[in-house]
Design a protein around this ligand. Structure first.
Ligand code: GSH
Length: 197
């Protein structure tokens, strides 16, 4: 059985949501970022990590995509135009959503106080708002890539949730309603119901 290292309050949520969507059973190894428990699996202390048999995989987006490819769900096949467009969306979200939120986190609580520059936060919030508007304008269907749910949907919704928790301005009504719809999926709710430790 898969083992997900990291808790639901971290990017490990993405991996658990993906596994739920794919109907793949998994165990959670509750390990806080940088904890000894996390380092026992991943020497950098970063979470999530995924144990697939003896293989340890890292990085939430790479893990989600691996699982989609392996189990044939939530992804266009590799080597297709649809997949190239899906990957472009994925990498855009990493650049314009995840990286902005992560920078805000680093300057809020991740880094030691003497490395934080809190003055950067309004600029990060404005950058995220601009990207959210771009995504909202692009959204033209039940899912980001059209009629089928794919990995970028999970990443985008996780980042929108994160932005709410981080006190960023709400995304516009169109994107907000779309994200709320995805939060109603059984797979999402199943992960939400897991122990938040
Ligand atoms: N790109 C990586 C980022 C992983 C990451 O930074 N995770 C955070 C928790 S959500 C963490 O472990 N932080 C500890 C650190 O950076 O030292 C991913 O998506 O998995």
């Amino acid at each position: 059985m898969y083992k997900v290292i990291g808790g639901v309050k971290t990017r490990a949520f993405r991996v658990m949501w993906m596994l739920q969507e794919l109907g793949q059973p998994f165990e959670v190894v509750h390990a806080a970022p940088r904890s000894d428990e996390a380092k026992a699996f991943n020497p950098t202390g970063k979470v999530p990590a995924l144990l697939d048999g003896d293989a340890l995989l890292t990085d939430s987006v790479a893990i989600m995509q691996y699982l989609g490819d392996k189990h044939g769900g939530l992804t266009a096949p590799a080597g297709t135009i649809a997949r190239a467009r899906q990957d472009a969306m994925l990498f855009w979200l990493i650049d314009e959503f995840d990286a902005i939120l992560w920078a805000a986190a680093k300057h809020s609580f991740v880094w030691p106080e003497d490395m934080r520059v809190p003055e950067i936060k309004p600029s990060l919030k404005a950058e995220f708002a601009r990207a959210a508007k771009v995504l909202s304008d692009k959204l033209d269907g039940p899912f980001l890539m059209g009629d089928e749910i794919t990995v970028p949907d999970l990443l985008a919704v996780h980042c929108i949730n994160w932005s709410i928790g981080a006190g960023f301005d709400p995304v516009d009504d169109k994107l907000g309603a779309w994200a709320a719809g995805l939060r109603k999926r059984e797979a999402f709710k199943a992960v939400r119901a897991l122990d938040p430790v």
